[in-house]
Design a protein around this ligand. Sequence first.
Ligand SMILES: Nc1nc2c(ncn2[C@@H]2O[C@H](COP(=O)(O)OP(=O)(O)OP(=O)(O)O)[C@@H](O)[C@H]2O)c(=O)[nH]1
Ligand SMILES: [Mg+2]
Length: 383
Amino acid sequence: MAGSWLLGPDAGAQGERPTAVLMAVRGDDGAADSGTGSLTSLTELRRLADTDGLTVADEVVQSRSHPDPATYVGSGKVDELAALAERAHADLVIADGELTPGQVRNLEERIGVRVVDRTALILDIFAEHARTSEGRVQVELAQIAYQLPRLRGGGRTMSRVGGGRTAGGAGMGVRGPGEMRLETQRRTLRQRATRLRRNASELARRRERTRSRRARNQVPSVSITGYTNAGKSALLNRLTGADAQVEDVLFATLDPTVRRISTGELTYTLTDTVGFVRHLPHQLVDAFRSTLEEVTRSDLALHVVDASAPDALDQITTVHGVLHEIGARDVPELLVLNKIDVAPSEWVDALCRVHPDAVAVSARTGAGIDHLRAELARRVRHQ
Ligand SMILES: Nc1nc2c(ncn2[C@@H]2O[C@H](COP(=O)(O)OP(=O)(O)OP(=O)(O)O)[C@@H](O)[C@H]2O)c(=O)[nH]1
Ligand SMILES: [Mg+2]
């Protein structure tokens, strides 16, 4: 079911994939407004859209030092977007950055279709991929945190948007009855968040008990971390013979999977968990804190990198940034360069020069896995 949260329950009901037009702003120096190369960023936005079941009809990139405060892209580009969206019968326009509520309102009024940002798209993917009750609760908390400052009192909260096309801004007034509706919507969401938070902490406590049982038994724990789609689950499967879900989509794994590894007299656990992405919405980092703590509490972080990704070094930096944010900075790290079966060897060599302690492997072919097992055992023993 595609775009459930972004487009409402009827989207794509006839088996058609909803259509989106992407827009990005690139600084004069070739960097995006966010500081990362916007071309890589746009490629990633395309993949995120695809993962969310959307067809990308077109893309608009504008060179300017900062996004326009009123409309993100400049006024001329908005007209261009409106024409493109009309021609492509687009259901959605997606910005490669975070939009303010005002920008969304202005853009929707002028373009006439639903406008969302990268954060909303990532939240939507998480909503689709959450399997366990803890995952679902965490995603919904993140959605509420995202929605609250964006409510408009027009009877269209994100969870109940009908269809892609907004009728030229109809129902967006925020005076009179709208304001009361807004208050009611806010109160309902806040109450729901309170209930969810209670629920989440109960689930987290339950997981904490399992974790402390393992700690009491002095079973060392290794967490698998890394950028989304780096091959974390594939590596868990390769190392343990597990059957974690491996998919060429972003954020296939949201819920932690724990497996035991025994080599000789040494036994430790290996935990696969949610991957990271640049600009991981802070609402998600907050909501997923207890899941992310799997890394914080582990004795060693196995940081998996897709060595075939042109922006592998950027991805490493992003992952370190998130680890820092969740307080896992001091967890010792073993860097693993994965997918060497498809990565150009000069890229792998270059990465090895920057990170001489990294181990190069292929979860797909098994190359380097014995070396990784030995290195893991050595590091676990010496933690
Ligand atoms: N060629 C090649 N592909 C790989 C390798 N390891 C994983 N893949 C592919 O990369 C894609 C992502 O693999 P996953 O194991 O799902 O990646 P992940 O890091 O768990 O991703 P998320 O859970 O979505 O964050 C899949 O299509 C895998 O088949 C590898 O060593 N070589
Ligand atoms: Mg995975």
